[in-house]
Design a binder for this molecule. Structure first.
Ligand code: PMP
Ligand code: GLN
Length: 378
């Protein structure tokens, strides 16, 4: 058969996690916590199953969950999304991204992404016949020069994908960024897909500049969120998409045929759990402590720390340690030193050689300490 995605192989997250298991290495590669979700939340799932939430949930999502998402969003950002027409519960952020793109992108449409970028964006765009236009962010700050973004615009530009806080760089978009973006798209019909799965993981008293806070952006944006990040439960694969009614209508046309609806017991449990803001409001400071702890440990190694303003990822440069390509280096790190990371070249479509790898610090302090001990020997 002729592959629809030539050149695409198994995602780096599966590759590195598998290798980590094979060599019994500490897995700081794929982004997921090594500790359990809150037992209270797990109990609520059990209860939901006993209460009969075992059949199809409504196509756009459990009603109470949509209402409580609306309430959470209103409390956090003072913006109202209508649970009936503007909120859809999805199988994690990944399905929301896929569905939003599938609902909008036609053959030949161009989508602008910022690389390094989460690895699902480009293949999804290409699968739909779209063309990927890449803006390359420069280390160590990975900031955006919006005049250069404008140079990527053509009459076929259909969408821009934002991701703040960003995976893998931990960079964040400022108010100035958002204002520049507003100016740029003014008078165009370009839509925005704003991947905000790390909205709460933002550090040093910085505010999260969600696109929803800017009416000129909100009216043309799909916003993607993930309960995997919010609730330390990445394996549950639950998230949601916020979008104005017209966009949500198109989103749901696709959603109903690529998944129809998602896990009903977990939706019911999450609905009850997020009713209490104290169940998630501390997550930012929780991860800031982990970031600070991990950085302080790595400061004693030969790795050079890049900035980390958000997300649960810490990028480091190993240029003073080795000349190897990052894929070779991170493979050797597993085999010889027992620590798994992600080579940042995996977040680019073209070949790059920045000598940067990414560690996930969503781990028990003891795990981070053990990993750092090993990394100090590198
Ligand atoms: N976007 C980004 C930037 C991510 O890092 C991830 C993975 N954690 C996702 C989307 C997908 O989220 P989920 O696991 O909920 O599908
Ligand atoms: N988002 C996670 C990461 O960047 C992993 C997602 C996945 O495994 N697909 O590590």
């Amino acid at each position: 058969i002729q592959s629809k995605l030539p050149g695409v192989s198994t995602t780096i997250f599966s590759v590195m996690s598998k290798l980590a298991a094979e060599y019994n290495a500490i897995n700081l590669s794929q982004g997921f916590p090594d500790y359990s979700a809150d037992p209270k939340l797990v109990e609520l799932v059990n209860k939901a199953m006993k209460d009969g939430f075992n059949q199809y949930a409504p196509m756009p999502g459990n009603q109470l969950l949509k209402e409580n998402i609306a309430e959470k969003v209103k409390n956090l950002y003072n913006i109202k999304y209508n649970p009936d027409t503007e909120i859809t519960v999805t199988a994690g952020g990944t399905q929301a991204i896929f569905t939003a793109l599938a609902a909008i992108i036609n053959s030949g449409d161009e989508v602008i992404i910022f690389e390094p970028a989460y690895d699902s964006y480009a293949p999804t765009i290409r699968l739909l016949g779209g063309l990927v236009k890449t803006y390359e962010l420069a280390p160590p700050e990975y900031g955006i020069d919006w005049d250069m973004v404008k140079k990527l615009f053509t009459s076929s530009t259909r969408m821009i994908i934002l991701n703040s806080p960003q995976n893998p760089t931990g960079s964040i978009l400022s108010k100035e960024d958002m204002k520049s973006l507003i100016k740029l798209i003014n008078g165009t019909d370009i839509l925005i897909l704003s991947d905000e799965v790390y909205e709460h993981l933002i550090y040093d008293e910085q505010e999260h500049n969600s696109v929803m806070l800017f009416p000129e952006l909100r009216e043309r944006s799909f916003i993607v969120a993930s309960f995997g990040k919010l609730l330390h439960a990445t394996g549950w694969k639950l998230g949601y998409c916020l979008a104005p009614e017209l966009l949500t209508k198109e989103f749901r046309k696709v959603h109903q045929f690529n998944v129809f609806s998602v896990n009903s017991a977990m939706q019911q449990a999450i609905a009850q759990y997020i009713q209490e803001p104290s169940n998630y409001m501390e997550i930012g400071s929780f991860f800031q402590q982990k970031r600070d702890y991990f950085r302080s440990l790595l400061a004693e190694s030969r790795f050079k720390l890049l900035p980390c303003h958000g997300s649960y990822f810490q990028c480091v440069s190993y240029s003073e340690i080795s000349e190897e390509k990052d894929t070779d280096f991170s493979t050797r790190l597993i085999k010889e030193f027992g620590v798994a990371s992600i080579p940042v070249s995996a977040f680019y479509q073209k070949a790059t050689d920045h000598k940067i790898i990414r560690f996930c610090f969503a781990k028990e302090d003891a795990t981070l300490a053990l990993a750092a001990e090993k990394l100090k020997n590198v």
